[in-house]
Design a protein around this ligand. Structure first.
Ligand code: CP
Length: 304
């Protein structure tokens, strides 16, 4: 039974805990199929989203999940937060405690920010993306989507192509997929592979065509331009030519391979428009599944 106060990442969570979240998400998904999408699981609870970086999917997904479960929701962004006036993250968190918040959903540009906040507040903290570190609910919804299609993930080959070095989504997926027995290959130019990739428990390649053989899932990742200090490749056209997922490249994967992307998609860069829209693309299914997964996480963390 999930007994933790916070969800900060998938590196320090067990396969059994992941399974419990996914099983609970499967129950929550049934609520999404109902005509009236409302349950009392979080009635009387206060959920605050504290987003210091831009977001479309994650923020709306958490707020939708919390509202369906009957929670009161509050939303703070960097432009409306008193950190603009010099308040620290810890002081902001302690004030949210004083305002009777039960859950803080934090997105930050700083790796480790969610752990720092969690250590200093009473509220449960959910990491909604911290710098290049982790984005656990994104990986959980990715894994949930794969499991819905393939069943148990043992032996599944997942190719993740794009900016691996600066991607919290790649890290959380690698930790989570490894725990469930999938085999992960990351593909990027050398400048976008993490320096410690050899110790991450996945295969690494600079050759996307060669990596596609036998792939059951092909996941594209955006180039995180906002985290780069110098251009990682000579031109976007050249990057797309060698590392872009196209309909032609998908023909090299296992027939029926899923096309996935956490969004936002940069069409024509990491993923061609045709690949993004092809029948095996589950990009929007991922988004809907994200609501069910976040409902599960919110419920499990507030049960105590
Ligand atoms: N996948 C994801 O984190 O998207 P947003 O940045 O829109 O939240």
């Amino acid at each position: 039974m999930l007994k933790r106060k916070d969800l900060l990442g998938l590196k320090d969570i067990s396969a059994e805990e992941i399974a419990e979240i996914l099983e609970t998400a499967a129950q929550m998904k049934k609520i999404l199929d109902q005509n009236v999408k409302k349950t009392p699981h979080l009635q009387g609870k206060n959920v605050t989203t504290l987003f210091y970086e831009n977001s479309t999917r994650t923020r709306v997904s958490f707020e939708t999940a919390a509202k369906i479960l009957g929670a009161n929701t509050f939303s703070i962004s960097s432009s409306t937060s008193s950190t603009q006036k010099g308040e620290t993250l810890i002081d902001t968190g302690r004030n949210l405690d004083a305002l009777l918040t039960d859950v803080i959903v934090l997105r930050s540009a700083h790796s480790g920010a969610a752990r720092l906040l969690a250590k200093n507040v009473r509220a449960a903290v959910i990491n909604a993306g911290d710098g290049t570190n982790e984005h656990p609910t994104q990986a959980l919804l990715d894994i949930f989507t794969m499991q819905n299609r393939f069943g148990p993930l043992k032996g599944l080959k997942v190719v993740i192509a794009g900016d691996i070095r600066f991607s919290r989504v790649a890290r959380s997926n690698i930790w989570g997929l490894n725990k469930l027995g999938a085999s992960v290959t990351v593909v990027a130019p050398k400048t976008l592979l993490p320096a410690d990739v050899a110790g991450m428990g996945c295969a690494a390649s600079v050759d996307l065509d060669a990596s596609m053989a036998g792939a059951n899932v092909v996941m594209g990742l955006r180039v995180q331009n906002e985290r780069q200090t110098s251009p990682p490749f000579p031109s976007v056209n050249e990057y797309a030519k060698y590392f872009g997922i196209t309909a032609e490249r998908l023909n090299l994967a296992d027939p029926g391979a899923l096309v996935m992307h956490p969004g936002p998609v940069n069409r024509g860069v990491e993923l061609s428009g045709a690949a993004a829209d092809e029948p095996n693309s589950v990009i929007l299914e991922q988004v809907t599944n994200g609501v069910a997964v976040r409902m599960a996480v919110l419920f499990l963390l507030t049960r105590r």
